[in-house]
Design a protein around this ligand. Structure first.
Ligand code: ADP
Ligand code: MG
Ligand code: MG
Length: 255
């Protein structure tokens, strides 16, 4: 059984004012098939955790570890992380001039698998996944992220998820900017991946809305760079009612 383990992770970023510590001792264990929601106020470091797992060069790991089945993820390049089975939705956030969705997906699949997928089956898989996500076939011929709407970007992320079949996915604010219909379609895609491949999910979100569609097994409240509380799905319900105020008071009193 695959497991992604984060141990006492401390991460900082260089700013014009100097080194700024952001993550202050994060501990988290995600097993394959589990969905963990990370919730928390803005600025608490949720995206920093996602970027650190993704290997973004801006973020410096000062101490602690991230391992996948005991392998040192922090020692891996971004490509190696993808090959090891990590899916990081924010990995390719920028426009890629002249690269169509079709070509991008095939290149990504080839990089992850170590060989190009057989063309017939691949085309069928792409079509089927696009249909599942209610995407027009013409979308496949557009350039990656060029003029994509917020909703199209998210669907493109989930399309990658369906086709690349990773072991673990980190989804940062996948719900932001989606209307209810798009949110349902995107959530169905994640749920299909959970059912079909036993995907482990780290779902980062500020709001509880997406958790109505993607049911978390565990909920972690992130405050001031670490997990302040954890529980089951009922914790999300409580946050929906109470917000983050009670955590913020604690954070100020005991920084
Ligand atoms: P969240 O995703 O929970 O809103 P972030 O991880 O984006 O939080 O940010 C956590 C804190 O770290 C914030 O105070 C933010 O301003 C700061 N921060 C994050 N990334 C950078 C960066 N690249 N440069 C400077 N400060 C950053
Ligand atoms: Mg933020
Ligand atoms: Mg964020």
């Amino acid at each position: 059984m695959s497991v992604l383990e984060i141990r006492d992770l401390h991460v900082s970023v260089e700013t014009e004012q100097g080194t700024k510590p952001i993550l202050r001792g994060v501990d988290l264990t995600i097993r394959k098939g589990e969905t963990h929601a990370i919730m928390g106020p803005n600025g608490s470091g949720k995206s920093t955790l996602a970027y650190t797992i993704a290997g973004h060069p801006k973020y410096t790991v000062d101490s602690g570890s991230i391992t996948l089945d005991g392998e040192d993820v922090l020692a891996m390049s971004v490509d190696e992380r993808a090959r090891a089975g990590l899916f990081l939705a924010m990995q390719y956030p920028v426009e890629i001039p002249g690269v169509t969705v079709t070509n991008f997906l095939r290149t990504a699949k080839t990089a992850v698998e170590g060989e190009a997928p057989a063309i017939r089956g691949w085309i069928k898989d792409v079509r089927e996944s696009m249909k599942n996500l209610r995407m027009e076939p013409a979308f496949a011929e557009r350039n990656v992220n060029e003029g994509f709407s917020g909703g199209e970007k998210k669907r493109h992320e989930i399309l990658q998820l369906e086709l690349l079949k990773p072991q673990f996915a980190v989804l940062d604010e996948t719900d932001s900017g989606l209307d209810v219909d798009a949110l349902k379609i995107v959530s169905e895609g994640v749920n299909r991946a959970k059912e079909n491949t036993g995907l482990g999910v780290l779902l980062i979100t500020h709001y509880t809305r997406i958790l109505r569609y993607i049911k978390p097994d565990f909920v972690h409240v992130f405050v001031a760079g670490k997990i302040a509380e954890q529980g089951g799905p009922e914790l999300a319900d409580r946050l929906e009612n109470e917000g983050y105020d009670r955590f913020l008071v604690d954070a100020v009193v005991a920084p």
